[in-house]
Write a protein that binds this ligand. Structure first.
Ligand code: ZN
Length: 112
């Protein structure tokens, strides 16, 4: 069985339309569950100024949706089996993750 499906949803100010395929009903459930987990507004303050954010820090990849109003992020984890993403929960973004501070802590372990 192969099924094609199309979904429309909104993440912050972005209207998104996805066309996707699933080879089985289980794959269909996994994919739709993921799309449904994408929030329309911030899970903390309820405002709509949220954006997708991908960055690499110290060799790790971060997949997040972040709120421009309250500095909270929705983090995504990755399944071991197929490396697909899943939504975790909204957390306040720790200030030590700011790039400048990150460099400070890295320097602390350096040869100097
Ligand atoms: Zn917020």
């Amino acid at each position: 069985m192969e099924m094609k499906f199309r979904m429309r949803f909104r993440v912050g100010g972005s209207g998104l339309e996805v066309e996707d395929e699933a080879e089985s009903t289980t794959e269909f459930f996994k994919k739709v569950t993921f799309y449904h987990s994408l929030p329309e507004t911030c899970g903390n303050c309820g405002k709509g100024r949220i954006v997708f954010d991908h960055r690499i820090a110290q060799g790790y990849q971060f997949y997040e949706i972040k709120c421009r109003d309250c500095n909270h992020v929705l983090r995504f984890g990755q399944y071991k089996e197929d490396a697909e993403l899943f939504a975790k929960s909204w957390v306040e973004k720790p200030s030590q993750e700011a790039p400048g501070v990150l460099h400070e802590s890295v320097r602390g372990f350096g040869p100097r």
